[in-house]
Write a protein that binds this ligand. Structure first.
Ligand SMILES: [Zn+2]
Length: 109
């Protein structure tokens, strides 16, 4: 085996920190939501899958593992701070949702 499958599969994925999506070239989209009160604990949800049928469970399981991996990797990569739409303070886009920083989100609840 001369190929590096680990390197290849990553090129099929794109991560958007603002929309909290991990998208696969084949049509998979995973949306990551805050799990509970912790700012960076995530629950991944598959919101779109390829239209073609006959997907093997093993393929689906692999895609899910890749999504988790690519998302957690993106969490560790430095990101440009963006302004909060409510208080105007700059925060990491991963700590924001609907344009709001984590503090403003908490105040709404
Ligand atoms: Zn704010």
């Amino acid at each position: 085996m001369t190929q590096h499958p680990d390197r290849n599969w990553r090129s099929s994925w794109t991560v958007d920190l603002k929309t909290r999506e991990a998208r696969h070239a084949d049509g998979w989209i995973f949306l990551y939501e805050c799990a509970g009160d912790a700012p960076r604990a995530w629950d991944g949800k598959c919101v779109q899958f390829p239209a073609k049928g006959n997907l093997y469970a093993s393929q689906i399981a692999r895609i899910c593992r890749e999504a988790e991996d690519i998302w957690s990797k993106a969490q560790k990569t430095p990101a440009e701070p963006v302004p909060c739409a409510v208080c105007g303070s700059y925060a990491d886009p991963r700590d924001m949702w609907a344009g709001m920083c984590h503090e403003c989100q908490r105040r709404l609840v």
